[in-house]
Design a protein around this ligand. Sequence first.
Ligand code: FES
Ligand SMILES: [Fe+2]
Length: 413
Amino acid sequence: MAKQHARMRPILSPERDCPAEILAAPAAAGPPAEMVFGDWYPALRSGRLRPGSTALTMLLGIPMLLGRKQDGALFALRDLCPHRGIPLSAGWFDGESVQCKYHGWRFEPCSGRCEEIPSLTRFDHLVPQKIYANAFPVVERDGYAWVYVPSAGVGRMPSPDYEPDSKSKSEPGSEPVSQPQAALRNLPPIPELPKFSSRYRAAHLQADLPCNVDHGIIGLMDPAHGPFVHRAWWWRRAASIHEKTKRFEPIEDREHGGRNAGFRMSAHAPSSNSAPYKLLGKPVTTIDFVLPNRRYETIRAVNAKGRERWFASLTTVTPVTPTSCRIDVIAAWNIAYHLPLVTPIARYFGAKFVAQDQRTMVEQARGLRFHPGLMLIDDADLPAKWYFALKQRRLTGEGDHPLCGPVELHWRS
Ligand code: FES
Ligand SMILES: [Fe+2]
C-alpha cells in the first residue's frame, strides 16, 4: 500500500520564485541525441503553404526551405545555395523557380536542378542543369508536408512531385510507372493516420520541446507520469492511481527489414480513471509505437445499433536539432461528428493536455543542462528501454528485437 502523505504543496512557482538565471534558456543545451536518418518526418502543416508561398523550418539539424509551386507541387530544399552557401531563403521565389540572392542562380525547386547561371557567357562550357541544390522528397498527407530525410551520402533524391507526367522504364508487359511513383517505391512507406469511416473530424496540435528527441519519445510512452503531470478535473485525479497490467507484443516489420519495428500495447479497455474515455461506452484501445518516432493510438467501440465510433491519433516526436525536438499530434474521430463545436472543444482540451507535457519537459530541460545520470526502472520504464534497444538496432543494423514475444507489464498509474 502507498503511504498516506500530508497535503503536498508546490515547492516553487516558476513565475513567482525562480531566479532569472535558472529559468533562462539554457546557454549550453542539454545532451544531444543521435538522429535516425532515412525516414519520413512531418516538416510543417501543409496548409501554411499556399501556391507561390514558402516557409522555413529545421529538420534533423538541416535548415529547410519548403514551398508550393503555382501548380500545387510541394518542394523541400536544403536552405543553402550550392554555389557559396548563402541561404536560398535570402533570395526570391516566383511560384516556379527559386533564385539565389547572391549571383542569381535559378533552381527548379522540386528537383533542385539549376536552370540558369546569369554570369555565363558563350565562352563558358559549364552546363547549369548538371548542378543541383539539395532537394528532399516531400509528400502531403494528413495535413502535413512529410519530408524524407536521407542518410548522408545517398546521393540526389528525386522528388515525388517532380515531373508528374514523365514515364520511366518499367518491366516489359507491366504498366509504365510514372517517375513520382518510381521515386517513392524505394522509400519507406509514408506514415498515415488510420481512419475507420469516410466522415470524420480532425484536429492538429504542436509543441516545441527543449530536450532531445529521446527524452521527447520516452516521455510520450511513459505510463507513470499521468497521475502527476496530467491532473485535471476533466481528465483524472491524482488519487485515482491504481495498479495496471498491460500486455505488449513486438511489431517486427520484417517486410522492411525491421526499419519501422516497434511494439504494441495490445487491445485493452482504456484507462477507467480517464473521464473522456467513458463517453465511448465499451471501447477497445490499441497503442503502437514504431520507429523512428511514431505513436498510433486507436479507440474503437460498437454501439447497440452496430454503428462504430472511433478515435485515432498519430503523435510524432521529430528532432529539430540534436538537442531539441517538436511534438506533432493529429487526431481524428467520428464521435459526435455532426456537433459543430466538437472540434474546437477537442482542440482546447487536447492543447491543455499537450501543454502539461510540454511544461514538464521545459522543467526537465533545466535539469538536463547539468548532464545528470539517469535511470530506467522496471516495469514502468521498460517501453523506454525497448525504444533505446530498437533505435540502436536500427542505427547499427545489429541485434534482436528486445521483445521475443508477448509480455505483461505491471505499474501503478
Ligand atoms: S551563392 Fe547562390 S548563386 Fe552564388
Ligand atoms: Fe503525457
